[in-house]
Design a protein around this ligand. Sequence first.
Ligand code: 3PG
Length: 394
Amino acid sequence: MIQTLDDPSLDGVAVGVRIDVNSPVSGGDLADDARLRAHVETLSEMLDRGARVAVLAHQGRPGGEDFSSLAPHAARLDALLDFPVAYCDALHSEAARDRVAALAPGEAVVLENTRFYSEEYMDLDAERAARTHLVERLAPAFDLFVNDAFAAAHRSQASLVGFPEVVPGYAGRVMERELEVLGTVAESPTPRVYVLGGAKVGDSIDVARSVLERGLADRVLTAGVVGNVFLLGSGVELGAQNAKFIYEGGYFDEIDAAGDLAEEYDEVELPTDVAVDRNGDREEVKVQALPTDAPAKDVGAETIAGYSLILENAGTVILNGPAGVFEEEAFARGTEELYHVATAAGHSIVGGGDTAAALRRLGISGFDHVSTGGGAALRMLTGGEMPAVEALRR
Ligand code: 3PG
């Protein structure tokens, strides 16, 4: 059983809380603060209950353009919360430990990007993670540890799995809700329909195979680049430009896997038409009329109508990835219409990351649950291991 914030007393208690605010960064500032907003509830509740809060988080990956300090994140949290949030440019040095010790009840400090320290970016089991400098030095400063970083819970990294080995561990409100929803998809109302779009083809095929094998999906609707790869795998010729895009995008290995899955399971639905870009205009092309010399950027009107019928009658819809190049107005229609219809299903769940960003951009809301996790949500949907969740369970 995992303990939640319902359980401990927090008055005057020093809490180390791991959140996931890994965000797009542009010119040294945050380009999107959705992930910070997601943690406002957990942080506010703890601070309101008198906790002294030290925030741990990562930003980017070593070497990446978005591998940066958490100073802008601290400033944004300070603006979002009704409690003071400071920033400390150290993680587990004496300066950081003194800063945590000096916190008053209702005060928070964001410590430095955990991934600035190489031991954090290693795959360590909980026992070894507990022996890292990070955990050995910082854990004594905490009375308890809260993990609210669902979006990173598929990683086995020190700040995620090490602390609950040595201090009592609890799930924050984001973590609690995500586990409640994504952990119970198998019991959600049927018919259960998965919509798999976007460009993460390998991940989508893994999800499709896993839910079909486990009997969890009544239908799997393919769209976006995923749909195009399924068409190619089923022997449809898309045309030289589209094939080039798919080969150059590194999706070559997925084509056969997609074809095999579509052949094996009748539940898999493929687009019956696509919308191509004809000099900036949307042109509908039936699958029988393919190949085309123009790039396919969305599912076509007939596919949207067919998929909508299935979605209208669904008990549960689980969506991941946009249906087309939604950033271009002419090709946003598939994503807009399918996601909109899905909000009317009995129960609608959206996998996070890029999909959540697309929905915000298109102004589509009304889902029962929009996950904060990209890779983590996919891992849950395939029934894979979640080391940071297991660490809380121990
Ligand atoms: C994410 O953005 O999906 C999480 O923050 C995990 O980041 P990672 O894939 O770099 O581990």
